[in-house]
Design a protein around this ligand. Structure first.
Ligand code: ADP
Length: 320
């Protein structure tokens, strides 16, 4: 599953890809490979370069430097054939809002010289969920239904590689889970999928993940479990009564703490020097001395997000 295999060519391969927009270096030498049949995630915050990377792979824009192949074909020289072999779901929905569900799908099928009926077996697990609304205007669908239609449209020409740019952004939590379930089903059929997301919790649904920040990979792609295991600092999670922004500030001011960020209801505090028990003790003591009440401090297991934060340096940009 992970690692590169020498006898099977990679489904997607990028070598030192660079892309600039005027003064912005959107991709700063990105290299990785996706193996056939993998569900591979590119995880990164807004502006990290995910869309730029994906647009290069689907031949909408050209790289300034480096090389990329999809299904063994160079994305610059063989762009026409690459377009036939990829199914692309752009970040913003690409559907025609005034066309019905069926008309949208018919349109995408006809562009590739096929029909809904001919491809029905492939799209049925997804399309059947929205088929009862086949006559509804796409613009009148819920976010989750639009997403299912967009995925059906990306699949209808039987692509060998699916490239999905932030398909779950702005979609409700239930639809997000359903969408990842659908990707899991497609994976069983053997299709290669490259998917981007800003949501770290979605990393666990991928075979392997790449962490992207400021146009660079933060580390070698690996399984989500291996990425999480690579966290090599002490980690505690903290909760207390009172305002969270103030709590975060106070935790960051503790000398033994060299990184702290908000993770849902908790604040994660890390230390490269102190062991976990000592870190927990120091944090609790410091907070209680500062007058915090109902202080909970406990050891925590690192996740992908902890690794991301630690690799990108302590971030002040985390939402509170
Ligand atoms: P992401 O998809 O991770 O949000 P993008 O690839 O859209 O990241 O953007 C990467 C960087 O390139 C950002 O700084 C963004 O502002 C910039 N950028 C993206 N598209 C353009 C463009 N067409 N013109 C100028 N800058 C752009």
């Amino acid at each position: 599953m992970s690692g590169s295999s020498e006898d099977r060519p990679a489904s997607i391969a990028l070598r030192e890809v660079v892309k600039r927009y005027d003064d912005t270096l959107a991709l700063n030498g990105v290299s990785f490979s996706v193996e056939p049949g993998e569900l591979f995630g590119v995880i990164g915050p807004d502006g990290s370069g995910k869309s730029t990377l994906f647009r290069i792979l689907v031949t909408v824009i050209l790289p300034d430097e480096g090389h990329a192949t999809v299904d063994g074909l160079d994305v610059v020289r063989a762009y026409r054939e690459v377009r036939r072999r990829v199914g692309y779901m752009p970040g913003r929905f690409s559907l025609y809002p005034d066309l019905s569900v069926r008309e949208n799908l018919e349109f995408f099928a006809s562009v590739f010289g096929t029909t809904i009926a001919a491809e029905y077996d492939l799209i049925a697990p997804i399309y059947s969920q929205i088929e009862p609304f086949a006559d509804r205007r796409a613009g009148a669908l819920s976010g989750g239904m639009k997403q299912k239609l967009a995925l059906s449209c990306a699949l209808v020409h039987r692509p060998r590689v699916l490239i999905l740019d932030e398909p779950t952004t702005g979609v409700d939590a239930v639809s997000r889970v359903e969408f990842w379930d659908m990707l899991g089903e497609l994976r069983k059929g053997g299709i290669t999928t490259l998917v981007s997301t800003p949501y770290m919790d979605e990393a666990a649904r991928c075979d392997r993940i790449a962490l992207l920040q400021n146009g660079r990979l933060l580390r070698e792609p690996d399984t989500p479990e291996a990425v999480a295991r690579s966290f090599n600092r002490s980690l505690v999670r903290v909760r207390a009564g009172g305002q969270r922004a103030a709590l975060l500030r106070d935790i960051r001011a503790i000398r033994a703490v060299d990184g702290a960020d908000v993770f849902g209801e908790w604040i994660h505090a890390t230390s490269g020097g102190a062991d976990t028990a000592h870190l927990a003790h120091v944090v609790r003591q410091a907070l209680e001395q500062s007058g915090w009440e109902a202080v909970h401090v406990e050891p925590a297991r690192a996740g992908v997000e902890d690794v991301f934060m630690s690799l990108m340096g302590n971030s002040d940009t985390v939402e509170l």
